[in-house]
Design a protein around this ligand. Structure first.
Ligand code: TRP
Length: 346
């Protein structure tokens, strides 16, 4: 026997939330998969299973991004906090925080400067931000964590400002690289709308191979970071189909889509695709406002699931400027694999 749920505010708001997420997923799937070429939007990756798979990606030997960015934080945390705060206290707010494993380094530096620090992680995955809260409150006394479960692409965000504090906004892990240049600027402008002149942004960006700024990165090593030997990235990519099957009732056959990572030098991005191994038809069931759609795939046809833009210093500057940020310093590792840019809201 099932117990019927007790009617009440919590139950109904939870149901509304689930329905809103579902409608957004249906909308994205419908528009993306009926387009030519077929595409899907990046935030669809980060359901509970996807967020967990991404955590596994960050510790893969091929995935140099996370450990390189972490080393930059470890080397420059005090300088970053000093530049962001000056004589004022800081609050840290993070877009797409996930489980916030790297952020601890910056928060530890913040509590060395001030007794108590408010940390505001914002993420679409509720399980991730809850894990972030537990880890950080347990390991870094003095940090108060106020998580916000929100999709910063489709929903408004709000950043709190304790009395007199400067905001240090974090957008790290090269998450900005998962968006097209115009979308990236829109995200930064939206964030800038929550900030005041003098607040800071710490932006993590993966760097392009080749070029005069870069000695240490080959296209082969870049591709390996997005097509690892253990197949974790392949599982992460395919998980988006698992999600659509579960949440929308599509009938994707997971064995009939291959993970592909390609380097697109003209656009300066890694492209992630799911390639149909043969001709096949997948059905997108009817939604509230959309009819059922048969989606035909030719052999070798792909769903373009994700981009990961790789930046030159000029590309980083070109993205910050229209969003009203001015670079104050840039930190790069010795091999010029990754850049962490501290910018000021102007
Ligand atoms: N921001 C990460 C990146 O671009 C996300 C990511 C890593 C990713 N591996 C991926 C996204 C594989 C899609 C597929 O590096």
């Amino acid at each position: 026997m099932f117990e019927s749920p007790t009617p009440g505010a919590n139950v109904s708001s939870f149901t509304q939330e689930v329905t809103a997420v579902n409608a957004a997923v249906a909308h994205e799937a419908y528009t993306g998969l009926t387009a030519s070429p077929k595409t899907l939007t990046p935030w669809l990756f980060y359901d509970e299973a996807g967020s967990h798979l991404f955590e596994q990606i960050t510790v893969l030997p091929e995935y140099y991004l996370t450990r390189t960015e972490r080393a930059l934080f470890a080397a420059h945390a005090d300088e970053i906090l000093e530049a962001a705060g000056g004589v004022q206290p800081v609050t840290l707010a993070e877009l797409g925080a996930g489980t916030a494993t790297k952020t601890g380094i910056l928060l530890a530096a913040a509590v060395r400067r001030q007794a108590s620090v408010l940390y505001q992680p914002i993420d679409v995955s509720e399980t991730s931000v809850e894990e972030a809260r537990e880890n950080i409150e347990r390991n870094i006394p003095g940090v108060v964590v106020e998580p916000q479960v929100a999709n910063y692409i489709t929903e408004p965000i709000r950043i709190e400002r304790p009395h007199d504090a400067r905001v240090l906004a974090l957008y790290i892990g090269s998450s900005i690289g998962n968006f097209a240049p115009d979308e990236a600027v829109a995200i930064l402008r939206n964030l800038r709308g929550q900030l005041q002149v003098g607040d800071s942004l710490l932006l993590g960006t993966d760097l392009a191979p080749g070029g005069t700024h870069n000695g240490g990165k080959s296209v082969a090593s870049l591709l390996a970071a997005y097509d690892d030997a253990q197949g974790v990235t392949a599982a992460f990519n395919r998980n988006v189909l698992v999600r659509l099957n579960r949440e929308l009732g599509t009938n994707f056959d997971l064995d009939r889509f291959r993970h592909r990572a390609r380097w697109n030098p003209l656009a300066s991005r890694i492209e992630m695709h799911l390639e149909s191994v043969g001709p096949q038809t997948v059905t997108l069931p009817a939604g509230a406002e959309t009819p059922a759609v048969p989606m035909r795939f030719a052999a070798g046809e792909t769903i373009h699931t994700e981009n990961s833009y790789k930046f030159t210093p000029a590309m980083i500057a070109a993205m910050l400027k229209p969003a009203c940020f001015a670079t104050s310093r840039t930190f790069m590792d010795a091999q010029n694999l990754f850049a962490v840019t501290l910018a000021t809201a102007v």
